[in-house]
Design a protein around this ligand. Sequence first.
Ligand SMILES: C[S@@+](CC[C@H](N)C(=O)[O-])C[C@H]1O[C@@H](n2cnc3c(N)ncnc32)[C@H](O)[C@@H]1O
Length: 230
Amino acid sequence: MAKPTLEAAASEFDLWADAGRAESMAEGHGGVTRAAIDRWTLGASDTVLDVGCGNGWAVRELMRRGAGKGIGVDLSPKMVALAEVQTPKDLNCSFHVAPAARLPIADGTATHILNIESIYYYPDPATAAQEWARVTATGGRIAVLVDLYEENPATHCWIDALDVDVHLLSKASLADLLHKAGWRDVWTEQVLDPRPVTPRESFSQSKYWPSYETYLEYRQTGALVVHGTR
Ligand SMILES: C[S@@+](CC[C@H](N)C(=O)[O-])C[C@H]1O[C@@H](n2cnc3c(N)ncnc32)[C@H](O)[C@@H]1O
């Protein structure tokens, strides 16, 4: 498996933004993300940060849940442009083009960090986790969500299906890299997508879902969520 690069990810996700895939990702990742962040109580003094924010849907969701300030960061300029256009101007939000491991954000700014289906595209996930620890206030929370992980074999075909290189991380390696980056009380859970399972007659085979059985296995395994506290 070759190492992911920033250049390849930025141009690939610009293409995804042009192709309308930001909106389908929002739909696809929404259910498990909402289940994961139901554990958070947000208030006006909270600053939420979504790293790898795509079109900014999760920042807007966190603002709807009561956060006082929202920040989204993504490597893809076209994803950030979508986030800016889709976010009402009266929401206290800002969006930035930057790599996850070099955030244009001051120390201790965020109270909550989200990272959805993004970390395995990074050249160095451990350095990103350290950077997130830098920008998070003491007591702040993190939730990292991934569908592509070692214990979810139904998604391993994505490694070849994707047009960019990725890491295949395990539950233990993700928990360990957060722990080593300074996050404490790190724990993992597998969260099932609450949306109805597509019936066999409506299922469309693709390079991501080579068979209906693979899709069912994925739905029964769920997304991995790694939680931690700063
Ligand atoms: C699969 S998409 C998920 C987008 C969004 N989190 C969602 O759930 O809709 C992965 C996102 O991570 C971003 N990304 C990839 N590598 C990145 C990096 N090194 N730093 C910041 N963002 C990155 C991509 O541009 C893309 O928007």
